[in-house]
Write a protein that binds this ligand. Structure first.
Ligand code: PLP
Length: 454
């Protein structure tokens, strides 16, 4: 039942590419998350719901670039929108304001009414980084609180307790900040406050004790995009942060457009103070958005700062009362054109993506029942994960207690069967995933589970 042998037989060119890549990039990869054992599969082509590797194997793609490609690979309407934008404007980049920044912003504000003002960034990481600075400037407080198991980007302020081992993570109701990386030199006491997801009592105790120093609580409303906050937890956190004068940031980089078109905030009917978006709305390009309450977002406005701004001799337009936010590529015209078209297509087709995802989840759960293997398809909208457990999953520690070893083994077998996600990753669907792909996936799972469990 070991899948490594077949894997090696089927992917010799991937293996040799990765060996060559090691002479170019440490570990042969340019984002650590792309690595998995024995070696990652090297891809050369994408089309609709499929990707093809360098050994010419075709896979149904459920990774979809970590959820970014909600229209699948190479959507013709997006391609056309990009071509037209380029043809009309005659350039790739203005480096100056342009009309699409407003048209696009109106669209976002309609779907996310909490985003009364917004700014564009070049990645989800930049979006959360800016959201934090805005919150710190607005509240004149310093520390950030984040949740155990939640990811917001790879920089020092939030790169704590994303995937800690439980032996180092402290008590469940008072987690200890655990660094995710070497080389993070953070002054003691300036680490983020780590909160336990879906435990309102503990969050209230921890936040009340530190309310004078906490500028913001940043949260993935669905952890990892798939473990939902309970209704009472998210509503309680909203009330509590409001009472304590703490800015509540929904990091919807994963959940935006995927849980509902208006994100998790539409699903829960809860308005955060600030929201970050990325992935889907970039249509496959690097992109992010920060938006939120007008009075908070205005701290970035050079026109509401002191007069020092206009009198400044600095080409950086520095003004002491204004939060710095800049970027050569911010509001990139081609990305906005591609993102706007993505929203258009999703308005038409998103219900089909939800229906297909529900179908896949239901059929998978039924299959696992038939095989006598405990499994829950955890998630809402167009994302879910296959969690091998009989228990309900509320947080990172629950997930760690599920059978991750077997899940990984199943995933490796599935790669051999032409079903692609990075082992242990969640499943994202796109408008290109039809019933045919769902059926193909169920058949592959059936073969794999028969092999493993009889
Ligand atoms: N926030 C969340 C919730 C994410 O899932 C991610 C990326 O996976 C990020 C932020 C960082 O986004 P990016 O990879 O675009 O920098």
């Amino acid at each position: 039942t070991r899948p490594e042998h077949t894997y090696a037989e089927q992917t010799p060119r991937s293996k040799s590419w990765i060996e060559q890549a090691k002479k170019v990039m440490p570990g042969g990869i340019t984002a650590n998350i792309k690595h998995f054992a024995p070696y990652p599969i090297v891809m050369k082509k994408g089309c609709g719901a499929f990707i093809t590797d360098v050994d010419n194997h075709q896979y149904v793609d459920y990774l979809l670039a970590y959820g970014a490609l909600m229209l699948g690979h190479g959507h013709p309407e997006v391609k056309q929108a990009i071509d037209e934008m380029f043809a009309d404007s005659g350039t790739l980049l203005f480096g100056a304001p342009h009309p699409l920044e407003v048209t696009f912003g109106h669209e976002i504000q309609q779907l996310y009414p909490s985003m009364e003002r917004l700014r564009y960034t070049n990645s989800g990481t930049e979006a959360t980084l800016l959201a934090m600075r805005i919150a710190q400037a607005y509240t004149n407080k310093k520390r950030i609180a984040k949740f155990e198991g939640h990811y917001h980007g790879g920089y020092n302020d939030v790169l704590y307790s994303v995937s800690p081992t439980l032996s180092e993570a402290g008590p469940a109701d008072a987690p200890i900040p655990v660094k995710e990386s070497k080389g993070m030199h953070v002054t003691d006491g300036e680490e983020p406050l780590i909160l336990p997801f879906n435990n309102l009592t503990a969050c209230e105790r921890l936040l009340r004790a530190q309310q004078d120093s906490i500028a913001a609580v940043m949260i993935e409303p669905l952890q990892g995009g798939f473990i939902p906050a309970t209704d009472t937890f998210i509503a309680g956190l909203r009330e509590l942060t409001e009472e304590l004068g703490i800015v509540l940031i929904f990091d919807e980089v994963k959940t935006g457009f995927r849980i509902r078109l208006g994100g998790a905030q539409e699903w829960y009917g809860v308005s955060p103070d600030l929201t970050t978006l990325g992935k889907v709305i970039g249509a496959g390009f690097p992109f992010g958005i920060v938006g939120g309450r007008k009075d908070i977002m205005e701290v970035t406005s050079p026109t509401t700062g002191s007069d020092v701004f206009d009198q400044s001799q600095s080409t950086f337009s520095r003004a002491k009362d204004v939060v710095f936010h800049s970027g050569t590529y911010n509001g990139h015209p081609l990305i906005l054109a591609a993102g706007l078209k993505t929203v258009d297509v999703l308005k038409r087709d998103i219900k089909d993506v939800f229906a297909r995802t529900d179908m896949l989840k239901d059929e998978l759960e039924a299959l696992f029942v038939r095989k006598g293997v405990p499994m829950k398809a955890v998630g809402i909208g167009s994302i879910f994960s296959v969690v091998l457990t009989e228990e309900d999953i509320f947080n990172y520690r629950d997930l760690q207690a599920s059978d991750l070893q077997t899940r990984k083994l199943i995933d490796l077998h599935l790669l051999n069967e032409g079903i692609y996600t990075k082992p242990l990753n969640r499943y994202s669907l796109s408008t290109a995933h039809t019933e045919r792909e769902v059926e193909r996936t169920i058949s592959a799972y059936d073969r794999v589970l028969s092999r493993l469990f009889g």
